[in-house]
Design a protein around this ligand. Structure first.
Ligand code: MEV
Length: 431
């Protein structure tokens, strides 16, 4: 495999190549063997028998398209991004935005240690403040209790890190103490390890507080496990035939502020961010509902739902953006390991740690958002959809190679984007 520093994800015209050519290029990138290639293509991979071991009452396997977003450069490394999604335009949009960001040097990302929170709910405590103090006074003993050196997670450098308490003096079911176990889960998503540790701690917490433990479960609001990305797009890279770069920067910033101030817009804006994030989470076998839930909560931290991203013009007039989110994604355990295509997606990404995966994912979210608001603030979202639709019809009508784009362009120009027209054009233009 070429060294990570030598590989370029800038692959002009990737979308114009045939599926077989794209698959071959991706297989070369990730050095996939024949079995892995078949799993990537979906001709092998997740079998009904394997599916039957993953969940209950299995009657089959449901497929989704796996696409590759190109052009991503993150912290001076190039990445091809596997994305699983049913919606057209998302993969193309991510690739386009990544190309723009590349012109500004690529994404810069960062992340915190992979610290997850487990919650233990305590009720029927005689004095909830005293109970909280009693737990904190025994913090080290509690940590030691779940710091079992024989566990793999501890051997590889993870383990319990802290105990926190939250007091709810009055609730409709009486005073409530919530004990948080903060746990470094390393490369796992962490749900299993956290839930087990919380269950082990519960009897000790009951003894210390004199209360009764009810729930013991991880929190999907993983606000101590954050990943962030920033980017710069030179204004001149944003100019179009009709609009200067400065005007586009200004329109993108206005679009971003719309989402900052108005929850009706913020939900749609953030849905666009999650288009990118979820697609990579699904491709890598991660729990995207967990990340969705945490991301939206994090975005409401002030009590008002707002935009996940920020976009502004810097002193040189260039566009700058940033996104920080809780991101509990793993590269070991669960479906990341079991699902054959998920393993291949991780291989294509080439990430070495869960932290690196979370940083790539947040960069994809920022790219996806840039693509959406740029399109909305310039030509509108339908133009891109229409061009993709036209290309799909051209392919369905039997076009291949350069002919696909020529037929699509002709149908768009004519304002007549229909399969019948595509078929006629294939006949006319092929001769
Ligand atoms: C469509 O899936 C996502 C967008 O609506 C996001 C946005 O409006 O920013 C295009």
């Amino acid at each position: 495999m070429p060294h990570r520093h030598q590989r370029s994800s800038r692959i002009p015209g990737f979308y114009k190549r045939s599926l077989a050519e794209r698959a071959a290029a991706t297989a070369r990138w990730a050095e996939l063997d024949a079995v892995e290639r078949a799993a990537m293509l979906g001709v092998a991979g997740l079998s009904p028998d394997l599916a039957d071991k993953m969940i209950e009452n299995v009657v089959g396997v449901f497929g989704l398209p796996l696409g590759i977003a190109t052009n991503f450069r993150i912290n001076d490394f190039d990445y091809l991004i596997p994305m699983v999604i049913e919606e057209p335009s998302v993969v193309a949009a991510a690739s386009n935005a990544a190309r723009l960001v590349r012109e500004g040097g690529g994404f810069r990302t960062y992340s915190t240690e992979p610290l997850m929170i487990g919650q233990i709910q305590v009720l029927d405590v005689p004095d909830v403040h005293q109970a909280a103090s009693a737990v904190l006074a025994e913090k080290q003993a509690l940590i030691d209790h779940v710091n079992d050196p024989s566990l793999t997670i501890i051997k590889i450098g993870g383990g319990p890190r802290d105990i926190e308490v939250r007091v709810f003096e009055q609730t409709s079911v009486g005073p409530m103490l919530v004990v948080h176990l903060v746990y470094d889960v390393r490369d796992a998503m962490g749900a299993n390890v956290i839930n087990t540790a919380c269950e082990e701690l519960a009897p000790l917490i009951e003894q210390l507080t004199g209360g009764r433990v009810n729930l013991r479960i991880l929190s999907n609001f993983s606000d101590q496990r954050l990943a962030g990305a920033t980017c710069l797009v030179p204004a001149n890279a944003l100019g179009t035939e009709e609009l200067s770069g400065d005007v586009v920067v200004q329109s993108i910033v206005e679009a971003a502020v719309f989402a900052e101030v108005d929850p009706y817009r913020a939900v749609t804006h953030n849905k666009g961010v999650m288009n990118g994030i979820d697609a990579v989470l699904i491709a890598t076998g991660n729990d995207w509902r967990a990340v969705e839930a945490g991301a939206h909560a994090y975005t409401s931290a002030t009590g008002i739902y707002t935009s996940m991203t920020r976009w502004w013009a810097d002193e040189d007039g260039n566009l700058r953006g940033r996104l920080t989110l809780p991101l509990a994604a793993g590269i070991v355990g669960g479906a990341t390991h079991v699902h054959p295509a998920a393993r291949i997606a991780l291989k294509i990404l080439g990430v070495e740690t869960a932290q690196e995966l979370s940083e790539v994912i947040v960069a994809v979210g920022l790219a996806q958002n840039l693509a959406a608001i740029k399109a909305l603030a310039t030509e509108g979202i339908q133009a891109g959809h229409m061009s993709l639709h036209a290309r799909q019809l051209a392919i369905a009508a039997g076009a291949s190679g350069d002919l696909i784009q020529r037929i699509a362009d002709t149908m768009i120009e004519e304002g007549n984007i229909r399969l019948e027209r595509a078929k006629t054009l294939v006949q006319e233009l092929s001769n």
